[in-house]
Design a protein around this ligand. Structure first.
Ligand SMILES: [Zn+2]
Length: 267
């Protein structure tokens, strides 16, 4: 790939890294990443992927920018209140890096559209805020053979994991999902904005590592971050032989089977 003079200057601090170089930067420019949610995690994630020159970023979000979002969702600003989040995020990215193409998916993922959308991308990064969407993204990504980098935040705590075969998946980690009333949300429990920034930025690092094939993958590990005590802990995850998706006797072979399993586990 031939870089323009502006691109050589824009990406100079990447290109000088031996682990990235011109070949790695070309790989980033050719990559297609799907980000689920332009919220607390998605904001820093999309900002850093755009600045890094990830050439195509798809964004799935059906929500609009609200004043209560702005304490942490730094890709949006006061002037974007009321706009669709995908459009607000696309406008910000256009100001950051003209090399990046944003594909706006202004919808909610469901079992009918997930495979078609996820299939268009090289890698999926999930920053969604609910378990049913996380399960759906996990199942669709695994069935399509796509690497999934998944982040979650609540109050002062964050979690980050990369799911790809032959490592465990999200269902291996959460075989029994809690009922709705046991799933606290940021709206109910609160979240420290800057902590979401830390986790979304770490998620962007892991996405870049996976795209570049460098370093130690987070696959098979769960990073648990407690910002009140400033503690980062990495625990090993193993595939669950009983996992309906990637265990010894998988019973999810397509997304219609996903719907049956999600109904049972999220009830
Ligand atoms: Zn699994």
């Amino acid at each position: 790939m031939d870089f323009s003079d502006d691109q050589i200057r824009r990406y100079a601090r990447h290109i000088i890294l031996p682990e990235v170089g011109g070949a790695g930067q070309a790989r980033l420019l050719g990559a297609k990443v799907l980000v689920i949610g332009a919220g607390g995690l998605g904001s820093p994630l999309i900002l850093y992927l755009a600045a890094a020159g990830v050439g195509c970023i798809g964004i799935v979000d059906d929500d609009s920018v609200d004043l209560t979002n702005l304490q942490r969702q730094v890709i949006h600003d006061t002037g974007s209140i009321g706009l669709h989040k995908v459009d607000s995020a696309a406008a910000t990215v256009a100001r950051i890096n003209p090399d990046v193409r944003i594909v706006a998916h202004r919808l909610r993922l469901d079992a009918g559209n997930a495979a078609g959308i996820i299939g268009q991308y090289d890698l999926v990064a999930d920053g969604s805020d609910n378990f049913p969407t996380r399960l759906l993204v996990n199942d669709a990504a695994r069935l399509a053979g796509k690497t999934l980098v998944s982040g979650a935040v609540l109050r002062f705590d964050g979690q980050l994991a990369t799911f790809k075969a032959p490592g465990p998946c999200y269902r291996c980690l959460y075989p029994n999902l809690p009922a709705d009333e046991d799933m606290p949300s940021c709206a109910q429990s609160g979240v420290l904005g800057a902590m979401a920034g830390v986790m979304g930025s770490l998620q962007a690092v892991e996405v870049c590592k996976e795209l570049l094939g460098i370093g130690e993958s987070l696959s098979g590990s769960l990073l648990i971050v407690d910002t009140l005590s400033t503690t980062f802990r990495k625990v090993r995850l193993k595939p669950d032989p009983a996992c309906p998706l990637c265990g010894s006797h998988p019973s999810i072979h397509d997304l219609s089977a996903h719907a049956r399993h999600t109904e049972r586990t999220c009830g």
